[in-house]
Design a binder for this molecule. Structure first.
Ligand SMILES: Cc1cc2nc3c(=O)[nH]c(=O)nc-3n(C[C@H](O)[C@H](O)[C@H](O)COP(=O)(O)OP(=O)(O)OC[C@H]3O[C@@H](n4cnc5c(N)ncnc54)[C@H](O)[C@@H]3O)c2cc1C
Length: 330
């Protein structure tokens, strides 16, 4: 598969990159998602704005107040190997090997991962396979091939980094032509399969800020996929727990589900159910069942919705147990 023709520019500053944005231009970081989409003619930008020459976007810094400030152009491999990440957020480094494969981790960036387009079995296909069907909503058509009577796009946000980063209370900085804003990562996602994040075409994700984690906290990310060597998640479950070490009660709890819809799902009910309680297998099971109600996988990925839904409960319990390992309470 060849790439369509495009103009290539490589500015050295964020302002330069933003000023080069025009209709149908696209930013590129590692290119592991965008170039595949271009080869499949899912995306055909006339201009590609390469971000790799912007050194400001390639830094990782730590300070006690804000925690880790990660530039979006940090590759997944750099994230895994960075000593500051290893010291302050080792859980984050451990997620990287779960994402795609080493070659893609070497090229793919954390920013590109968060800005990943939503995927669908019917949409992410070569042109010759898609020709047989009417264009779907994501391709600018009027139908959804997944939910036939549906009037919204069911493409799935399938990035692996968003759920764990959300569970850790991450914020992101967005820089646009005239203003800069900082918001919680959970507000970065739009809920739309057609365009899964809120970035405007002339806005760049410029910082990923992960706050310092309480010493009394534990964290886990579990992923369901067909082949452990390569595949996108069929389901992702991220859990954060902060425990009162004196009485073993839960001070804070966060549960995020990924790859079950167009945006990662924050299970607010789980936080309410856990706060102030001691972790027991019964409570974990209740929380897992409650969370299952929030997952509505549809038939647009490589395994059945029923199986993925069932696995929500299984992975949540595994993730909670893993997050509790530092406390060895359960
Ligand atoms: C075979 C295969 C398997 C994969 N498996 C997984 C997997 O298991 N889990 C997973 O999470 N991903 C997977 N991926 C997707 C991808 O490799 C990673 O998500 C990677 O981190 C994407 O980063 P990138 O820098 O290559 O993104 P790019 O392709 O460069 O960009 C992706 C999108 O983000 C936009 N973008 C990039 N950076 C910015 C920025 N700073 N500001 C604004 N917009 C920006 C681009 O314009 C583009 O729309 C897989 C890909 C392939 C080809």
């Amino acid at each position: 598969m060849s790439l369509p023709k495009f103009e290539f520019v490589a500015p050295k500053t964020v302002a330069g990159a933003i000023s080069l944005q025009k209709d149908n231009a696209k930013f590129i970081a590692g290119g592991t998602d965008l170039l595949v989409a271009m080869k499949r003619r899912i995306s055909s930008p006339s201009v590609i704005i390469d971000l790799n020459k912007i050194s400001n976007l390639k830094r990782i810094k730590w300070n006690k107040k804000d925690g880790l400030r990660i530039g979006p152009l940090i590759t997944l491999t750099q994230l895994k190997e960075n000593p500051l990440v290893g010291k302050h957020l080792p859980g984050l480094s451990q997620i990287v090997p779960l994402i795609s494969a080493p070659q893609l981790q070497n090229m793919g960036t954390i920013g590109g991962n968060l800005c990943l387009d939503a995927r669908c079995y019917y949409y992410n296909q070569p042109v010759f396979l898609k020709k047989k069907r009417e264009p779907c909503l994501k391709a600018g058509g009027q139908v959804c091939h997944v939910v036939k009577s549906g009037n919204r796009c069911h493409a799935v946000y399938s990035g692996d980094m968003a759920a764990p980063l959300m569970a850790l209370g991450t914020r992101v900085k967005i820089t646009g032509y005239s203003k800069t804003k900082e918001l919680a990562l959970r507000k970065f996602f739009s809920g739309s399969g057609i365009k899964p994040n809120i970035l405007k075409s002339d806005e760049l994700l410029t910082d990923i800020i992960v706050p310092p984690q309480p010493e009394s906290s534990g964290f886990s990310y579990r992923k369901l996929r067909l082949r452990d060597t390569l595949d996108f998640p069929l389901l992702g479950v991220a859990v954060f727990i902060d425990l009162d070490e004196k009485d073993g009660r839960c001070k804070d709890f966060c549960l995020i589900l990924s790859a079950v819809g167009p945006s990662p799902v924050v299970v607010e009910a789980a936080t309410k159910m856990m706060r102030g309680k001691r972790m027991t297998p019964k409570l974990m099971d209740r929380v897992a069942r409650e969370a299952q109600k929030k997952a509505h996988p549809v038939d647009n990925a490589a395994s059945s919705p029923g199986y993925r839904r069932e696995m929500v409960r299984v992975l949540i319990k595994k993730a909670i147990r893993e997050a509790l390992i530092p406390f060895s309470k359960v």
